[in-house]
Design a protein around this ligand. Structure first.
Ligand SMILES: Nc1ncnc2c1ncn2[C@@H]1O[C@H](COP(=O)(O)OP(=O)(O)OP(=O)(O)O)[C@@H](O)[C@H]1O
Ligand SMILES: [Mg+2]
Length: 387
């Protein structure tokens, strides 16, 4: 099973390249499914075929689905939400505020993405292509399994069995409603499903991210920040696709300056993302909708290459044995030492890079060691754990 996520800044061509890649994957013979994890679905518009909540045939080997996120949220979060609304109301919040507090941003995308788990379990498809929301939402989404599990673990620290024993007393003495069994059950279910999803998404033998860029300053900056985030969270990017490049035949003086700046930024992209492979897509003479144009785009981008292959196989986080300890390496090419904050508390390693924070749960082997040193070595952060 191959899972490929397409992301990038708003409007760079994520949906178009995801759709094009999916068509080409199917043409190469793979049973392929394309789903949208962007609450603002636009796959239907791209294929010019109305998609729905069930996989629908686009070509003999390609199916497409626009997930009904609200239904997924109701299924998986309904019980928890009702409890949270009661809880917040008991603390004096108005109903509307309590309702708002019981959902979190990015939830629609998160619950859509959880559909991947179901397909992963079945063997209906060999390739799943995911059209993601713009980078900001995708980042929030990909940290959500960790953040939500942490949240659930800390806000509901009492185990279900213990809860049975304390509920009769607790519900009388506590100034807030005590969760019922079904809330604990929903919680446990959700935590398990999130952990499963996190495992699938961070397994780089299965899942990789493709970052779509246009040769423009702000788009590149955002892609660099996203890349830092993915490395920090251990998600693998296997390919950069630069879209909307003005082709050589554009000679009009109006575009002369555009071509010069594009050339400059193309160089910058190559230098900064190296050694990640980069593919290129020209700006077409018209918008790219419908199967024929999409497939044409994919064939130009990938040439004869298999669009589903893993283009880059280095793990963003690596742990190596060293003399009297271990070294952990994180691939962080766009980070300054000044932006970094690092600390260890028991089994949790806390890393803050600029605006991103991550609590990495350290593997068992590292627990007996403590951080001796952290330094940057050729685009990598090296953290030394010693006795
Ligand atoms: N290389 C290209 N040449 C011409 N038109 C393009 C190219 N790439 C994308 N487009 C067009 O640009 C528009 C936006 O593309 P698309 O919807 O794929 O972007 P997106 O990144 O998914 O946007 P959003 O952030 O809104 O989801 C579409 O109309 C698409 O047909
Ligand atoms: Mg889109």
């Amino acid at each position: 099973m191959r899972i490929i996520l397409f992301t990038g800044k708003g409007g760079v061509g994520k949906t178009t390249l995801a759709a094009a890649t999916a068509l080409y994957s199917a043409k190469k013979g793979y049973r392929t499914l394309i789903i949208s994890a962007d609450a603002a679905h636009s796959l239907s518009d791209s294929f010019e075929i109305q998609l729905s909540n069930q996989p629908q045939k686009i070509t003999p080997r390609l199916f497409g689905q626009e997930i009904d996120a609200l239904r997924e949220i109701e299924n998986k979060w309904g019980e928890i939400k009702s409890y949270l609304v009661d809880l917040f109301s008991s603390q004096g919040l108005e109903t509307i505020e309590a309702e708002e507090m019981s959902i979190f941003p990015g939830m629609e995308e998160l619950f859509s993405l959880m559909e991947i788990r179901n397909y992963h379990k079945s063997s209906d498809y060999e390739v799943i292509i995911v059209d993601c929301a713009p980078t900001g939402d995708t980042l929030r989404l990909l940290s959500a399994p960790e953040v939500t599990s942490w949240y659930l673990k800390h806000i509901f620290p009492i185990q279900r069995t213990a809860a049975k024993a304390v509920r009769p007393v607790a519900s009388r003495v506590l100034p807030f409603p005590f969760p019922e069994d079904k809330v604990f059950a929903a919680m446990k279910n959700l935590t398990t499903q999130l952990a499963e999803m996190k495992e699938i998404l961070s397994d780089m033998q299965k899942t990789s991210i493709r970052l779509i860029i246009n040769p423009e300053k702000m788009v590149i900056k955002e892609a660099q920040r996203a890349f830092t985030f993915f490395s920090l969270f251990g998600y693998a990017v296997d390919l950069i696709i630069v879209n909307r490049i003005l082709p050589p035949e554009v000679q009009d003086v109006y575009f002369k300056k555009w071509k010069t700046t594009q050339a400059k930024y193309l160089q910058m992209i190559k230098e900064s993302f190296s050694p990640l492979p980069i593919l290129f897509s020209d700006l077409f003479t018209q918008e790219i909708v419908g199967k024929e144009l999409l497939l044409n785009m994919a064939e130009k981008v990938y040439g004869k290459k298999d669009p589903t292959r893993l283009f880059f196989t280095k793990n963003p986080i690596r742990i190596e044995k060293a003399d009297s300890g271990f070294d952990m390496f994180l691939h962080l090419p766009f980070v300054d030492k000044q932006e970094l904050d690092l600390s260890q508390k028991g089994e949790e390693l806390y890393i803050q890079v600029g605006g991103y924070k991550r609590n990495i749960l350290l593997p068992q082997t590292l627990l007996n060691f403590s951080i001796k040193e952290a330094k940057f070595e050729s685009k990598k952060l090296k953290i030394s754990f010693r006795l």
